[in-house]
Design a protein around this ligand. Structure first.
Ligand SMILES: C[S@@+](CC[C@H](N)C(=O)[O-])C[C@H]1O[C@@H](n2cnc3c(N)ncnc32)[C@H](O)[C@@H]1O
Length: 288
């Protein structure tokens, strides 16, 4: 009996999400919302190209709800820019390098990296529907795909990453916004699988939540926006106690050296990222 009203509420919520056109799965909605917020904050052509109207509407609504919590708002654009910086650092001085971006969603980073470094081989991986839609969005925006960019449509859980990459190892592999959605034993498993596809001096760059970050998300003016985001995309499961816990987890996955960084530390030298930036994610650079 008591389940009935909840069912009605969740059916209504689902319908509303579908009316908004954000997509039926949490994954699609997450990617669409993030793309909308990023384009609002940094209207570069490639960020704009990755959005559609529904994503921009929900993006600007979430930003309005968060007004006054500027450091948290700035974190949304700071995260992909921090990843780009860490990937660049990892590839510095390497010739004929290969960079792989997992679950790229509507992030244009693989496209950006391929443009910026014509000798770099870049591979991005996401589900077939997402890759097809992303190709359409680049085409619609008349942003040509660079020849050194390979967009792989695949279901990551269906076969080992090594097989997906045809046995080729990478110099750097990144997965932005992925680990927080998995239990920690799964996070360790994912990290270990990625490690097998890295060259001896290869690096895995990822991010994870700490208990302190989850607490921070429940405070301040942006807590309502954070709540809406979470209801649409699902629970945060990959939450570590602290930085030392994150390092332990990756070492247990086999990595030789693990560094963790606060988001604000990484973006401090980046001029085009608005400051202040709240530390809404913990960045991990794990060396094979
Ligand atoms: C994990 S998020 C991160 C998106 C992006 N990195 C960002 O920060 O905006 C969602 C992405 O994961 C992709 N994804 C989810 N499950 C997947 C799977 N089994 N195989 C490949 N991609 C998957 C979704 O299609 C979606 O693009």
């Amino acid at each position: 009996m008591s389940e009935q009203p909840n069912k009605q509420v969740s059916a209504a919520a689902q319908e509303l999400r579908d009316i908004l056109g954000l997509g039926k799965s949490g994954e699609q909605r997450r990617a669409e919302m993030l793309a909308g917020i990023r384009a609002e904050l940094m209207p570069k052509p490639e960020y704009m190209a990755m959005t559609r109207m529904a994503g921009r509407i929900i993006g600007s609504t979430l930003l309005r709800l968060s007004r006054g919590d500027q450091a948290k708002i700035n974190a949304v654009i700071a995260r992909p820019e921090a990843f780009r910086y860490l990937v660049r650092q990892a590839l510095q001085g390497k010739t004929d390098a290969h960079y792989v971006e997992l679950v790229s969603g509507f992030l244009p980073r693989a496209w950006q990296m391929a443009h910026e470094f014509p000798h770099l081989r870049v591979t991005e991986v996401d589900l077939p529907d997402m890759i097809a839609e992303k190709r359409r969005r680049f085409e619609r925006a008349k942003l040509p795909l660079p020849p050194n960019l390979q967009m792989l449509s695949t279901e990551l859980c269906a076969k080992p990453l090594a097989e997906i990459l045809g046995g080729e190892q990478a110099d750097a592999i990144s997965a932005e916004g992925l680990l927080p959605y998995f239990e920690l034993d799964r996070v360790q498993h994912i990290a270990a699988c990625v490690r097998q596809s890295l060259k001896d001096d290869g690096v895995f760059i990822a991010d994870i939540l700490t208990k302190e970050i989850v607490h921070m998300l429940t405070l301040g003016r942006s807590r309502q926006a954070a709540g809406i985001f979470r209801r649409n995309v699902g629970k945060w499961l990959g939450v570590v106690n602290d930085r030392a816990h994150a390092e332990e987890l990756f070492k247990a996955a086999g990595y030789a050296h693990v560094e963790t960084y606060k988001l604000s530390e990484v973006v401090a030298p980046l001029a085009d990222v608005r400051k202040p930036v709240a530390d809404l994610t913990l960045l991990i650079v794990a060396r094979r």
